[in-house]
Ligand binder design. Structure first.
Ligand code: MV4
Length: 673
């Protein structure tokens, strides 16, 4: 076994590899970019090397810089993780030349699977079923049209160098063929520098089923059964599971044998995945699966295989790369129970799943254990940046049956809390709760088919959630008062009193919220019995305390409720089991929030987008003059000058995203003559 390895990756997969290496007594070297100085993978590794700027082209894709880091630190091998350099044959070659083991397949195997047409020809020779179609040399338009006719419509045109759905066109009738061909060729040329295409029978109800394979350098190869990755959105996997629901044992055996034959045909070594497409228009049938492509790396979704086989695939990779034989023979591998993996992303389902960036102000994962696993590269307080994949975590669960695993998944998702950045958590919860998912109605069209159920409109807060928001504001005020009172000379002054009692006050506080476009006032009254909160649905006797992890434990008329509240400017995110809602505080004078008395700066009162700018440096303004317009929460807010003065600096341009508290404009110091 290696003494020391370098991990040429970041995020959850770097952490995942470090965990196993450490367990095996292997020392680890992390590499990191400027943006990842304080990243979790850097903290977990034994040592770490700075390799460049945040942009991947300046750091994680710099093969030579990474190799140099390996030499300098005395690492004997490099684990590439997934993405980045993991399927780069030239990098595998470079490692070999430098005398460093590439923990992955031989460069020749990566190249053999790089082009779709060559891979299909190779697989056909090895006896692996491929989708009926044409993958010949000639690219003559008339010949291709005749081939399409022979295959029979509908057909699918695919760029030979394609991937992730790029350069792919489905064609329903012969009349549409010429235009679709031109467009697929154009896209292949511009995306991959290769305009060649192949043509396949178009399977209209496909399932994506892939087989995990493993081979060692002694000629052994096994498979570790299948994963079903049919739940995808625009070629982005959302949920994976193993084994594939309703897969007949005969089909499992046939697919496993085909996958092992494929690996052997290209002299494979290490972890690989053979992707198959299964036509499920008549259910899963053992003669209706076809080779699609091979991924010559460890995949994101490998944990579901680990959960059902009890094997650690990273350990297998390290053993095989250091020359050992496979840890298990085929007969020693079996499926135990069922596993799911969901990918928690920083993205906004309400905004067409646009990737989101921002600080993870709150990140609480469900309790991990034998049946719940969390793989992550971030901690609460870290930020999701625009530089890298916006995945926050993978949640993996196991159960004796699919039904049991699904129940554990649902519960674990309900326990998750993430705020500060938009996520797909609500979307994942809806899938886990969806009857069609429980009923195994799976194919690649699932998400589009049930989109309306899966991306619901944001809900209005319940009385319980309003009570939590109110208790949060009360507790937060107490915290501020406590800090002030600790710092003050007169700790017994009624102004520093921790209880809400005030002299000359009627013993209540009003909190105003904007709910569904209306102003709602919640009154908290301080009575002998405790705090009485008047909510839209009636009064409740309430009690609230911070929990050690920053949440709130509340009691409403004796009913215990726990949750957490995160405040971002005027927006509050209230998180309870399985639900997350936004509550906006009604602020009468929005403008007052943005000017800090005396300092001369105008800050953004909430995260948003600068959509209009009225001033430039050097201009004179009078009190009340509009300075900038910020769009946030679908509303426009005009910020005005809080005094007369001269604009000293403007820090943003129209179109910029601004964080809460960002200094937008500075007024020159007042003349002190
Ligand atoms: C197909 C297909 C239907 N028929 N090939 C999508 C990405 C690329 N790896 C191949 N893909 C497909 N190939 C034939 N002959 C449908 C898809 C497809 C798909 C496949 C797996 C998972 C999700 C998918 C989503 C849309 C289309």
């Amino acid at each position: 076994m290696f003494k020391k390895i370098l991990i040429a990756n970041r995020g959850e997969i770097a952490c995942r590899v470090i965990e196993t290496a450490t367990r095996l007594g292997v020392r680890t070297v992390a590499v990191y970019s400027e943006a990842d100085r304080n990243a979790r993978h850097v903290e977990m590794a034994d040592e770490a090397v700075l390799i460049g700027a945040a942009e991947v082209g300046e750091s994680y894709l710099k093969a030579d810089v990474i190799l140099e880091a390996a030499k300098q630190t005395g690492a004997e091998a490099i684990h590439p993780g997934y993405g980045f350099l993991s399927e780069n044959a030239d990098f595998a070659d470079k490692c070999e030349k430098a005398g460093i083991v590439f923990i992955g397949p031989p460069a020749s195997a990566i190249r053999a699977m790089g082009l779709k047409d060559a891979a299909k020809a190779l697989m056909t020779k090895a006896g692996v079923p491929v989708v009926p179609g044409y993958h010949g040399e000639s690219q003559d338009a008339d010949l291709l049209a005749r081939e399409a006719e022979r295959i029979g419509y509908p057909v699918l045109i695919k760029a030979v160098a394609g991937g992730g759905g790029k350069g792919m066109r489905s064609v329903m009738t012969a009349a549409d063929f010429p235009a679709a061909l031109l467009s697929a060729q154009r896209e292949g040329q511009s995306a991959f520098g290769d305009g060649r295409v192949l043509i396949e029978k178009y399977l209209t109800k496909p399932r994506h089923i892939e087989i995990q394979v493993f081979a060692d350098s002694h000629g052994n190869a096994v498979h570790l059964f299948e994963r079903d990755c049919s739940l995808q959105r625009r070629h982005q996997k959302v949920i994976e599971e193993a084994p594939a629901p309703d897969m007949p044992e005969t089909m499992r055996a046939a697919m496993g044998a085909a996958a092992v034959a494929a690996a052997k045909a290209i002299g494979y070594v290490g972890a690989g995945t053979i992707e198959f497409i299964a036509d499920v228009s008549n259910g899963l049938k053992e003669d209706a699966f076809y080779f699609m492509e091979m991924n010559t790396r460890l995949q994101v979704e490998h944990p579901v295989t680990e959960m059902i086989t009890g094997q650690d695939l990273v350990e297998w990779q390290l053993r095989v790369a250091s020359g050992e034989a496979l840890p298990r023979r085929q007969e020693e591998l079996a499926i135990n129970g069922h596993a799911f993996e969901v990918r928690l992303y920083a993205e906004d389902p309400a905004n067409d799943f646009l990737p989101a960036t921002g600080p993870l102000l709150r990140l609480r994962a469900p309790r991990a254990g034998a049946s719940v696993r969390i793989d992550t590269g971030v901690r609460q307080g870290d930020s999701v940046t625009p530089y890298y994949d916006p995945m926050i975590a993978k949640l993996i669960v196991h159960g004796e049956t699919r039904e049991a695993a699904l129940q554990t998944l649902s519960r674990a998702l309900d326990d998750y809390q993430v705020a500060g950045v938009a996520t797909n958590l609500g979307f994942l919860r809806q899938i886990a709760r969806h009857p069609a998912f429980a009923a195994k109605d799976l194919d690649t069209g699932f998400i589009e088919r049930f989109r309306a159920d899966l991306v619901p409109a944001s809900p209005l807060p319940t009385d319980e959630e309003l009570a939590l928001a109110t208790l949060y504001l009360l507790l937060d005020r107490q915290r501020v008062t406590a800090l002030r009172s600790a710092a003050a000379n007169d700790r017994y002054s009624p102004w520093n009193d921790l209880t809400a009692w005030r002299p000359n006050d009627t013993g209540h506080d009003d909190f105003r919220f904007e709910i569904g476009g209306e102003n709602v006032t919640v009154v908290a009254r301080y009575t002998r019995a405790g705090i009485q909160i008047d909510l839209p649905g009636g009064s409740r006797l309430a009690e609230g305390n911070w929990t050690p992890d920053g949440g709130i434990a509340a009691r409403l008329d004796g009913h215990v409720l726990s949750g957490a509240v995160v405040r971002q400017g005027v927006k509050m995110v209230v998180m309870t089991s399985g639900r997350q809602v936004e509550i906006v505080e009604h602020v009468a004078d929005f403008n007052a929030l943005s000017s800090e008395g005396g300092s001369g700066v105008i800050t953004s009162p909430m995260p948003g987008k600068l959509i209009q700018l009225f001033v430039k440096a050097g201009e004179e303004v009078a009190v009340g003059d509009p300075l900038v317009v910020i769009e946030a929460m679908k509303m426009e807010h005009t910020l005005t000058a809080f005094r007369d003065g001269v604009i000293e600096d403007v820090f943003f341009e129209v179109g910029d995203q601004v964080d809460e508290g960002a200094v937008l404009v500075r007024l020159a110091d007042e003349e002190t003559s």
